[in-house]
Write a protein that binds this ligand. Structure first.
Ligand SMILES: [Mg+2]
Ligand SMILES: [Zn+2]
Length: 176
């Protein structure tokens, strides 16, 4: 299966910080349209998201579940299905193996699903969303241009997209 691994905050939805209430979830303008283009072309979706608010006690696990339920519902309204959401609840000090830029979340998804890595993509608004794919050489697309001066550009970053519609267009072109 060809898949797109999506970051959550500021990629799919607006992020006022530590979202702990489903009412706060609001999709970015380009999210539904961009993902629809990709799902029509046969891509399946996963979300890989750092949620350190859980580790910091600002988001309860059950609040995060409710937020994710709402996010999935909002996307389903546009006939977009997410296979699974993988999240890291840790803070840096936990030194876990799943907090992006570490690859634990992606590794877990790749172990649970039959994914064609060569035909799959990572999309996120930060370089740390792309880095998890560097080791397995999965291509990455940055949306909304959020490169920080201190960022080291990973070798798998292949495109800087304006938004998710732009990212989808790039993927469809490289797929044809
Ligand atoms: Mg983000
Ligand atoms: Zn973690």
């Amino acid at each position: 299966m060809k898949a797109v691994f999506l970051d959550r905050d500021e990629t799919l939805n607006h992020d006022p910080g530590y979202i702990n209430d489903p009412e706060i979830i609001k999709l970015k303008d380009s999210a539904a349209e961009g993902l629809k283009l990709l799902s029509d072309a046969g891509y399946i979706f996963f979300i890989l998201t750092n949620q350190s608010g859980v580790g910091r006690g600002k988001i309860l696990p059950e609040q995060l579940d409710a937020v994710h339920k709402r996010l999935l519902e909002e996307l389903e309204k546009h006939s977009i299905h997410i296979e699974k959401i993988y999240y890291c609840p840790h803070v840096d000090e936990d030194h876990c193996t799943c907090r992006k830029p570490k690859s634990g979340l992606l590794d877990q998804a790749l172990s649970e699903y039959e994914i064609d890595i060569e035909k799959s993509f990572l999309i996120g608004d930060r370089i740390r969303d792309i880095i998890p794919g560097e080791k397995v050489r999965m291509k990455g697309i940055l949306v909304f241009n959020k490169i920080a001066p201190s960022d080291k550009i990973p070798s798998n970053l292949i495109f800087m997209a304006e938004n998710l519609i732009d990212a989808a267009g790039f993927i469809l072109k490289s797929d044809s």
